[in-house]
Design a binder for this molecule. Structure first.
Ligand SMILES: [Zn+2]
Length: 327
């Protein structure tokens, strides 16, 4: 019945079994100069886009309002990964969802962990005391409702490294260097794009430092402990974190404990995130002296592109200031 087929059955079966990397390599639609730079999440995608400038657009894995902490790879993501020449990621603690797929990539694919870039300062995840364990490395949110002293994350790196602008500058250097290895003829352009981006970040840092100076002593509480890089750089006082499963409203007993904690820490504000149900935040702060606010450390609510990094940082500063010192 396959008499018209140019290939015998066995060869067909073999073709079907070829891995995605080879199939993509054979696809004729890929132009020689097509974009083959893939970035895992929006904040670092913006940095890569600034370095690439007019030479191309990096592809983004976690788009839309998705959170990297709960992201699950789709089959189309595996295809994007296997067709990329360079993959820029943060580190295993933020974009661990690509670990399995990157392990099977050919060694011609450069996978660059930007958190490990020379000059990047990393910090261990906070836990204990006023800091409740984060949901980052676990989908078992419900467990944290009871397990306040659970410390499985202790010692792991806090992956939100881009929130220190000095780290973003160090990452820009590595991005330019890695792109230059792949496309040496564009090395000077990548270098000058990175330098221009670093200058903009200098200005950004100056602006945010000025903006936040008046509120630096006012304590606040966060639902997602993403901000220690930002706080250390800009001298803010985070009093602690609280963990609430956004999908399961906290029990009355848990709510009472959370309010007690917010009051004890003297928090002026309690910050949630765009993915977080505002009603849950409102319920938690009800009856406490704190106001509620929203911060977006991963750019979930922002359109991706070269301008996202600066928007993200300025929005954080404005969100923090707006809640701590409402005008
Ligand atoms: Zn996060």
């Amino acid at each position: 019945m396959f008499k018209n087929s140019p290939l015998p059955m066995r060869a067909l079966a073999g073709l079907v079994g070829l891995n995605a990397a080879i199939v993509v390599t054979l696809a004729p639609a890929l132009a020689a100069d097509s974009v083959k730079v893939l970035v895992t999440i929006k904040p670092i995608h913006a940095l890569v886009a600034q370095v690439m400038g007019d030479t191309g657009t990096p592809e983004l894995l976690v788009g839309g309002t998705a959170s990297p902490h709960t992201y699950v790879m789709k089959p189309s993501d595996a295809k994007k990964l296997s067709s990329a020449n360079i993959v820029f990621r943060v580190s295993g603690t933020i974009d661990a969802f690509i670990d399995k797929a990157t392990a099977s990539l050919p060694n011609t694919t450069d996978v660059v962990a930007l958190a490990l870039a020379p000059g990047v300062t990393t910090l261990p995840q906070r836990a204990g005391g006023p800091f409740e364990p984060d949901h980052h490395d676990s989908h078992a949110h419900g467990l944290h409702e009871q397990a306040d002293d659970h410390d499985h994350d202790h010692g792991a790196m806090d992956g939100h490294v881009w929130l220190d602008p000095a780290n973003a500058q160090a990452m820009l250097d590595l991005i330019a260097a890695k792109l230059a290895v792949r496309w040496p003829e564009r090395a000077a352009l990548y270098r000058s794009n990175a330098d221009a981006a670093k200058s903009r970040i200098d200005q950004l840092t100056t602006d945010i430092t000025t903006e936040l100076a008046p509120v630096s002593s006012r304590p606040y509480v966060v639902f997602h402990d993403a901000y220690q890089y930002f706080e250390k750089r800009f001298g803010l006082v985070v009093a602690g974190s609280i963990t609430v499963n956004p999908e399961i409203p906290p029990s009355g007993q848990r709510l009472a404990k959370l309010r007690e904690k917010i009051n004890k820490l003297g928090a002026t504000c309690v910050f949630g995130e765009p993915n977080f149900d505002a009603k849950v935040i409102a319920t938690v702060i009800e009856g406490s002296a704190a106001r509620g606010g929203t911060l977006d450390p991963e750019g979930a609510s922002l359109p991706p592109g070269p301008g996202l990094y600066e928007n993200l940082m300025r929005n954080l500063a404005a969100g923090i200031k707006g809640c701590l010192a409402p005008s």
